[in-house]
Design a protein. Sequence first.
Lengths: 80, 80, 722, 216
Amino acid sequence: MYKIGVRIMPRAEVLDTQGRAVGMTLKSKGFQVMDCKVGKFVILQIEGESPAHARAQATKISEDLLCNTLIETFQIEELP
Amino acid sequence: MYKIGVRIMPRAEVLDTQGRAVGMTLKSKGFQVMDCKVGKFVILQIEGESPAHARAQATKISEDLLCNTLIETFQIEELP
Amino acid sequence: MTELQTKLKLYRLHKDEYAQIQKLLGRDPKGLEWALFSALWSEHCSYKSSKVHLKQLFSQSPRVLQSFGENAGIVDLGQGEKIAFKMESHNHPSFIEPYQGAATGVGGILRDIFTMGARPIALANYLCFGEPKANRMETLVDGVVRGIGGYGNCVGVPTITGQTHFHSSYNENILVNAMAVGYFGKADPICLSKAKGVGNLVVYVGAKTGRDGIHGASMASESFDDNSAAKRPTVQIGDPFFEKLLIEACLEVMKKDLVVAIQDMGAAGLTSSTFEMAEKGEVGIDMNLDQVPLRDSTLTPEDIMLSESQERMLLICDPAKLKPLQEVFERWGLDASVIGKVTQGPNVRLFWNMELITDINPTTIVSHAPQYQRPFEKYNSPYLKPQTPPQDTGSTLQTLETILKSEHGGSREWVYRQYDQRVGAATARDCSDPVGVVRLPESGRALGVVLGCRPHMMRLDPQFGGRDSILHPALQLAVMGFEPLAVTDCLNFGNPEKTETMTQFVAALDGMNSACRELQAPIISGNVSFYNETKSKNISPTPSTGLVGLRSKMENLPTTAFTAEGEDIYTLTWGECWAEGLLAEMNDKTPKAFLNFETQGFDQFVKELTKLGTSDLVSSARVVSKFGLLYALTRMSLSGMGARIESAQNRFVEPLYQIVVSTKNAPALEKEVQSWSLKTLKLQKIGQTQKNELVWADVKVKSEVLNQLYKKSWEAQFENLA
Amino acid sequence: MSDKIGVLRFPGTNCDWDIYKAVEWSGAKPTFLWHQDTFNVEDYDGFVVPGGFSYGDYLRSGALAAHAPAMNSLRTAAEKGYPIFGVCNGFQILCEAGLLPGALLRNAGLRFIDQMIEIETQNSHKRFGLKLKKNQKSRMPIAHADGRYFVTDDELKKIQDNDQVYCTYVANPNGSAGNIAGVMNAQKNVVAMMPHPERAIYEWMGSSDGQLYFRN
Ligand SMILES: Nc1ncnc2c1ncn2[C@@H]1O[C@H](COP(=O)(O)OP(=O)(O)O)[C@@H](O)[C@H]1O
Ligand SMILES: [Mg+2]
């Protein structure tokens, strides 16, 4: 079993209203935050023959379902 | 300027409603996914004197604002 | 502390209660029994401080098919249609985690409704917050409203009415009460929670059991203190998506006659559902706790019995029907697991990996729960001496502006805009009107829902305030042409161990009860929430109510704002009672009042008004409420049609009771009202509608200006919630 | 002979009956189609994907529903030119399934909005809104949290030039690109909108302007 993390973030050209709102709140509270983006993190426990196989599965899942590539990008990492 | 990622996940003992629905769908599509958890990922661009200082800021921001510690936990990482 | 003291504290049992348990069992309680008594003898489950008083409630009428004792009350609407409805509090959880607390409050009340076989068709919510600038208040308001919307919108039940109040007494103890209404058509069966049929199976459906809300019921039966934060790890998470599946699947198995009995797992989860089902059916149940579907494999039997994980139901099913039942649930993506069976009894026996761990008679725990006659004093209203209302002073317009800008007089649109008010495509009047209206699917008649209880009246006089919690909403229904049928309530009070609280409680209940009796509108369901106390400070006593009314048709439903030019405006005033009310409070003044209410003939008044409200004689109508006549006229003048008024009445004193109507046919209206021959009722022509402007003596102001003031107040009060 | 209209149902769909009743009102014959089952497209004259919270709106609204088996059949129907109408969550699902251009993001104000609004027709549709005239105004409610229509600037220009805009908001409530409230595919057989015409059929609902979206 492999534990794979998928980080999904809004594309640069899509206005990230949530990130903007959080960023504004942070600034108003005096934090030195220049920019803020809010995305998603999905952790999958995948049954697979090898780390590479699990990664490939995760990539497929992300492309198919977890991520809408029109508005988001994703990045995959193996988790301990 | 430092780029800090905050990964916010539902606490283990708390019901992850999104993860349950996504996991169910993945299984029904034939993916070998044993478990699925859905959380958030926030990327902060922080002005700070040192990496440690930026991290400390991010931790404070996460505790105060980004993470509802009743139901979520968070983890901080420096991003390239 | 001795071992016993520690145990009593952990399980929140009093030492007298412990003695009573010893007597009932003839021995010391052991093992799991502690947890069972703790849950079922909690205030929340046993109503131990309120039961003696609730028994006195007027709860029957020819229309009532089901009153207290089941998950919700049921009223017969005739023509084969029935409704189930109930209201419940989720105050403590909402203060701890506002989003989830409010969301699970909505989820819980919906389960109480569809458990009975009724399809939920409307939601309402009654909210009391502290001062806008109080600590955490913005966060609480935001979370609660999002939570209610998040759940109700997703399950697809429209929220059609509600109330939002603010007062410092709620600064550290907000109130979140949710009401749901469900519908039975001609072919829909009523299902009850009485277990029966030896050999029948006990089936668990819905979400798996986790750690959510363990000890929740007994927590809701305690005051808040600084340790509340430490009690946090038990937050229950609601999943409206799962609930939607559960609604569809449960209604389907009930309609297909696949269940014998059904009960939601609410407060105290599996404990209350199992023991109450067995006790009501006078049967035993054998249950294998190791077969309960778990989300967390480390749960102990005690955790399993006490968990308040959401979206779970317990069903009794004939073994021959198990397969078709499981098929229905599977189609909706849900599991249905057999976890036990109905036995001759009398005992409920709980097993853990084949080992018998508890063997106890459900009557011992359920029916023998303690009942207290908590001390209270006889209430005497200080406002019975006749008085004339005070004269207006100061600048009227300025006062009106102050009211509209305040959190008390401003618009609540920010709140209800976040609720789906029209899913179901049956909503005729949404939250912008005091009475929410949905169309009944089979007959096409109209059902009205309105909430009552004005906390400032309760602070003034709990007995009159209790009466007002019924009469005010009843008038709101009547003037729209709805016959008030029945009532649900949610009695939010402080610590019942204090004489002051119990005195308020008894006085309020007495007021409500007399009003219900007079109107023949029984209270058929409800909930008591005591211990709304933080650091020894009690909330304002707040018996919120939900009234439902029936209207024979949808046509001629009056609007609550003026809509046509040149109509005559009248007031209908009942008796002489009045109160300085909310404005006095805002000015830090103790309000003056005269509250010797004339009951004689009031029931006839409500009946006549109901008829008037369905005729074509009333174009628009409003019950004068907080802040008196000028504010009511202002509210009627917000959408571009104003009025020219001539009246000597005090602008801001709150009449109890008065109604404003506008009509196209003044002679017919006068004739009609005179024909009622009610000597306590006064009909007075006060002016005419006119375009764009409200004019009354020194007040002369454009509708648009009033509307701006009314709509902007929220932003001004809650900077971050715009 | 009345049209047969297939109405898709997903777990979490909650406007299924509302659409069913509106279709029935229009004189057509509605039939529910279950998400887990594929169907024979020839058995129907058109399809509606109703609103609601399919799969609880988890992950992204419409994302999980877009992968249901019934959607494979719907894709076939789309390719064959059958009229398909999505409302609210149905719009989101059709976008996620790639049957319509663009995506629907969280409202600019980050909150759910329920409100009576006004929209303006830009183009009629051969089955769902044939009688709608250009610039005709209709009043009906919106009720959504994720209604901000997004397309890239290039794509926006393309759909505008190609007359794929179905209706626009008179006052943009949610930050949608080009004020778009409803859009069509390039072939103009698939159409969807965020506002709810099925909640504006009878006067007592506050408006009956939704009638034209169902009746031909
Ligand atoms: N929590 C709530 N949920 C839904 N609707 C609400 C809520 N609070 C207030 N409202 C609605 O806002 C409107 C204005 O509120 P308010 O001024 O207190 O009532 P009224 O119109 O009875 O004087 C009412 O029609 C009421 O239904
Ligand atoms: Mg119940």
